[in-house]
Ligand binder design. Structure first.
Ligand code: FBP
Length: 301
């Protein structure tokens, strides 16, 4: 955990001085996801790999910014799945981005097991919202806790995070520009529900979910199945399962919430077939998430 915290602090330092040092631009490369890579993505990746390797505790890692699995320490005991800088579209503006991670233990007893773990097998998951100095950490069967950085650069004052049950303060978070490309069931769900809740969208999963966790409600990135240009459809979803969706779903579950994919399958039960596998995501307060699953099922019936 010290390595992850050290990496996050270092990334935040670079992010805070990004504009001054000219690091907010594109790096002129395309990543495995087919996206333009920002210089800050590369910096965050290099910093994280350095800290995890130096810890000596990690056997290998999976990162959004690395096509292949990143080998680390043969004697390592943990797998780490991370997105070193989530919400890249916010980088040029110095707006909130996230450093997200999930941790699973290597199987020391039995045969060498594969690293493709379902979120349910994670031991811990967390996210730093940069540059806000907040760290949210969930530990298996031990809840979700939010820490704040103090003036000695230490994360302190852990506060237990439980999703508020009172729907009065709940919020909805999704890219409204995509609404007409969603499945009919979700389009009608939005029409029936959007006036009941405030709408908030920062464009970075870590930052948007950070709010959802505090105020309740739901963040969703549904499958895109009705795009006027069929080539732009994304029936498998946009967000990545192992280092984005499973991370916020693990954190949400430990805070009393839930998360599902387009078919209503719990995100934490999805066994990854590939380390950059994508998924649709509905995460947040149980009543809202479950009502989207019903709406999707009704529309399909
Ligand atoms: P990366 O920036 O790490 O690729 O993450 C994907 C992401 O930026 C999420 O953080 C965010 O929720 C979503 O994509 C925003 O997508 P869009 O710009 O389509 O709303």
């Amino acid at each position: 955990m010290d390595a992850l915290i050290g990496a996050a602090k270092h990334i935040e330092e670079y992010y805070l001085t990004g504009a001054l040092k000219g690091n907010t631009g594109l790096a002129g490369a395309i990543n495995v996801q087919g996206e333009d890579v920002f210089r800050m993505d590369q910096i965050a990746q290099e910093i994280t790999v350095h800290y995890l390797k130096t810890s000596g505790r990690v056997i290998h890692a999976i990162s959004e910014e690395s096509e292949e699995i990143v080998p680390m320490n043969a004697e390592g005991r943990y797998f780490v799945y991370f997105d070193p800088l989530d919400g890249s579209s916010n980088v040029p503006h110095g707006l909130p981005v996230g450093f997200m991670f999930g941790v699973a233990r290597r199987n020391l007893e039995g045969a060498e097991d594969n690293h493709l773990r379902a979120g349910r097998d994670y031991l811990a998951a967390g996210m730093f919202v940069i540059p806000t100095g907040t760290f949210t950490l969930a530990l298996k069967d031990a809840g979700t806790w939010r820490f704040h950085i103090d003036d000695t650069d230490e994360f302190v004052k852990p506060r237990r995070m439980i999703l508020p049950e009172d729907p009065k303060g709940w919020e909805l978070s999704f890219n409204s520009a995509n609404r007409h490309t969603y499945a009919k069931g979700i389009q009608s769900w939005i029409e029936q529900n959007e006036r009941k809740y405030s709408f908030r969208y920062i464009g970075a999963l870590a930052a948007d979910f950070h709010r959802t966790l505090a105020n309740g409600g739901m963040f969703m990135y549904p499958a895109i199945v009705n795009h006027p240009d069929p080539k732009k459809n994304r029936p498998q979803g946009k967000l990545r399962l192992m280092y984005e969706a499973s991370v916020v779903s693990f954190i949400c579950q430990e805070a009393g919430g839930t998360a599902v994919d387009e078919s209503g399958t719990p995100i934490l039960d999805i066994q990854p077939k590939h380390h950059h596998q994508r998924t649709a995501l509905y995460v947040g307060s149980k009543p809202l998430v479950e009502s989207t699953t019903k709406a999707l099922a009704v529309a399909l019936a």
